[in-house]
Design a binder for this molecule. Structure first.
Ligand SMILES: *Cc1c(COP(=O)(O)O)cnc(C)c1O
Length: 417
């Protein structure tokens, strides 16, 4: 209630618009420590503000001839240019979608159609997001073969294993830029060099990386790239797919001439504008955010490992996402830990949000060689530059206390000393 009112004040005066307060938005009214930025990020108020005109007065259809429509069209083009520039791509190579999942699905449709004469073999990893893994399963049912590469104990896929998996009929390599559960940043440049040499298309799910790490699709040899607005402080339900100009897209949605005719349907103008603004802000502030997040992350990791008995880091020390900390804590159930943390106003996750509530342990942690029991006691703390050292102290104290309580209750855990 209070936040909603606050962020509208300036706007109301400027645009003379009647704005009703937002009532009863669950969970957003109390003060909390948000450490689940890999699941979603807080929208940047400047991105929200950039959206508002397109939700109120500037509602014209971008395809219309009158100026109300032309204004919306201009805003879409601006967002497209901003995003293209951020990747060292051209605006004609950016296609707006409903988010990371759609971009992943579409990337496969494009790559497999364009390469259908060459073969039906795909290479990916065991630690991809379900947006990729379930897409692979669907293509397997269509007669495609998929190689799921192993990763090492820190979640890295080796370029050598990619090379070894390549066959004459391999058409697509899809490997995520950075992992959402453990934060590992994959050796994208080496893989891109390899696929380029072999004439294979290279897709990367960069949903966790875009807006957080610098990405140059030319330098990295990327042909297709997925990103999602709500993972870089933009709105939900909007994302984009980069498609290299030499790779002709296929139609995702039959309909009007939107998105060069490849994705019909009136554009999500407010969402795209918000995402464009979020992209611009993310690029402008990337370095300072990265520094702050890395500092907070390393402090948090150091204290967690020192003070929570038997706690171990998942994923690497180096080459991990700046705001990403992930642990296994033997002798506890991740779910119970999360519920008790929530009661202390701390938002965290165990494994990925998409599998929370499901009984199986994380496919990422098991691929990294963790046992089922270890994978069940996982805790993911993903922070942003707005977090503070005091919050890190509060979280460590809370985890310490809860872990001790849970261990003494269940008696599952035996100290090793
Ligand atoms: C969040 C996420 C997605 C899905 O993005 P949506 O916009 O929520 O569909 C895909 N891949 C990765 C790595 C993610 O973290």
């Amino acid at each position: 209630m209070e936040t909603a009112a606050k962020c509208y004040i300036g706007f109301r005066g400027k645009r003379n618009t009647v704005i009703k307060g937002i009532r009863g938005h669950i969970g957003a009214e109390k003060k909390m420590i948000y450490l689940d930025n890999a699941a979603t990020t807080k929208p940047n108020p400047k991105a929200v503000e950039a959206m508002l005109p397109y939700l109120y007065d500037a509602y014209g259809n971008p395809s219309a001839v009158y100026s109300l429509g032309a204004g919306a069209r201009k805003a879409l083009n601006q967002a497209r240019r901003t995003i293209a520039e951020s990747l060292n791509a051209g605006p004609e190579e950016i296609f707006f979608t409903s988010g990371g999942t759609e971009s992943d699905n579409w990337a496969f449709q494009i790559a497999l159609k364009r390469m259908e004469k060459k073969g039906r073999h795909i290479i990916t990893t065991k630690i991809e997001h379900h947006g990729i893994l379930h897409t692979c399963k669907a293509w397997e049912r269509q007669g495609y073969e998929v190689t799921y590469l192993d990763v090492d104990g820190e979640g890295f896929v080796s370029p050598e294993s990619v090379e070894a998996a390549i066959r004459p009929d391999t058409v697509l390599v899809s490997i995520m830029f950075a992992n959402n559960e453990v934060g590992t940043i994959e050796p994208i440049a080496e893989i891109g060099k390899l696929t380029r040499e072999k004439g294979i298309l290279f897709h990367t799910d960069a949903v966790q990386a875009y807006g957080h790490l610098p990405i140059d699709v030319e330098a990295l040899g990327i042909d297709l790239l997925s990103a999602s607005g709500h993972k870089f402080n933009g709105p939900k339900g909007v994302g984009f797919l980069y498609v290299r100009a030499s790779v002709k897209p296929v139609t995702m949605l039959q309909g009007g001439a939107q998105e060069s005719g490849y994705r019909g349907g009136t554009e999500n103008v407010p969402g795209i504008v918000g995402m464009g603004k979020a992209a611009e802000l993310a690029m402008d502030t990337m370095e300072e955010r990265r520094e702050k997040e890395t500092m907070l992350r390393d402090y948090l990791i150091r204290r967690m490992l020192a003070e929570v008995e038997s706690c171990r880091l998942s994923g690497p020390r180096e080459n991990r996402l700046p705001g990403h900390a992930s642990f296994v804590i033997p002798g506890i159930e991740g779910e119970s830990l999360l519920i008790l943390l929530d009661m202390k106003g701390i938002c965290a996750s165990s494994g990925s949000a998409c599998t929370t509530g499901a009984p199986e342990p994380s496919h990422v942690l098991t691929a990294m060689g963790k046992s089922e029991a270890e994978a069940k006691g996982s805790l993911r703390l993903t922070l942003c530059a707005e977090n503070t050292m005091e919050e890190m102290d509060t979280v460590v104290a809370a985890v310490k206390e809860i872990v001790q309580r849970l261990r003494s209750m269940t008696g599952m855990y035996r100290s090793r000393d």
